[in-house]
Design a protein. Structure first.
Length: 179
C-alpha cells in the first residue's frame, strides 16, 4: 500500500508543475510583462531635484490636470537609447509632456548622452538613490508610465518603447487620455 502512494508522488508533482505553467498562460498574462499594483492609483507625489544644471526637476504635482508620460531611464541603459525616438514622437504627435526620471545615473554621463540621443523630456528628475523607482514600483529601466489628467496611472510599460508598441499600446491610450 505504501509503495502505491509513493508511486503517485511523481505524478502529483508533475500535475502541480503543469498547473503552475498553464494557469498564467490560460489567463492570458505574459510573465515577461508583470502586472503593476500602481495601475488605477494616483502617481506618487514625491518631487525630484533636477538631474542636470539648467534643467527643471520632476514634480508630479505640476502635471496635475493634464495627461503626461513618465519615463524612468539611465545613460548606462542600452535599451533606453532605442526608445528615445519614440518618446520624441509621442511628444511631437500628441503634444504630451514627457517627464524623465534619471535612475541611478551620474550627471556627467547624462549630459553627453542627451546630446547624442536627443532630449524629449519636459523635465528630468534625478533619482540617484532609487527611492522614486521604489515608490513607482519600477523593476528596472526603461519603464514608462502614462498618467491621465486626474493624476491616475493608466499604463506601466516595462522595457523600451518600440514602433509596434507605440502604435498598438501608446497611441490609442494617449488619444483616449487627451479627450
Amino acid at each position: 500500500m505504501k509503495l502505491q502512494i509513493f508511486a503517485l508522488v511523481p505524478l502529483l508533482l508533475f500535475i502541480g508543475l503543469v498547473a503552475l505553467v498553464a494557469v498564467p498562460l490560460l489567463r492570458g498574462t505574459d510573465p515577461a510583462k508583470p502586472e503593476s499594483p500602481m495601475i488605477g492609483r494616483a502617481a506618487p507625489a514625491a518631487a525630484l531635484p533636477p538631474a542636470l544644471a539648467g534643467v527643471q526637476g520632476f514634480a508630479p504635482a505640476e502635471i496635475s490636470g493634464k495627461p503626461a508620460v513618465v519615463n524612468f531611464f539611465a545613460s548606462w541603459c542600452v535599451p533606453c537609447q532605442a526608445e528615445q525616438p519614440f518618446l520624441a514622437r509621442m511628444a511631437r504627435e500628441y503634444g504630451i509632456a514627457i517627464y524623465g526620471v534619471n535612475y541611478k545615473d551620474k550627471p556627467e554621463a547624462l549630459a553627453p548622452w542627451l546630446q547624442k540621443h536627443g532630449n524629449p523630456f519636459t523635465a528630468i528628475g534625478a533619482d540617484a538613490d532609487g527611492r522614486a523607482a521604489i515608490e513607482w514600483g519600477v523593476y528596472g529601466v526603461p519603464e514608462t508610465f502614462v498618467i491621465d489628467s486626474a493624476g491616475i496611472i493608466r499604463l506601466r510599460h516595462v522595457g523600451p518603447v518600440t514602433a509596434a508598441e507605440y502604435e498598438k499600446i501608446f497611441a490609442p491610450l494617449l488619444a483616449e487620455v487627451q479627450k
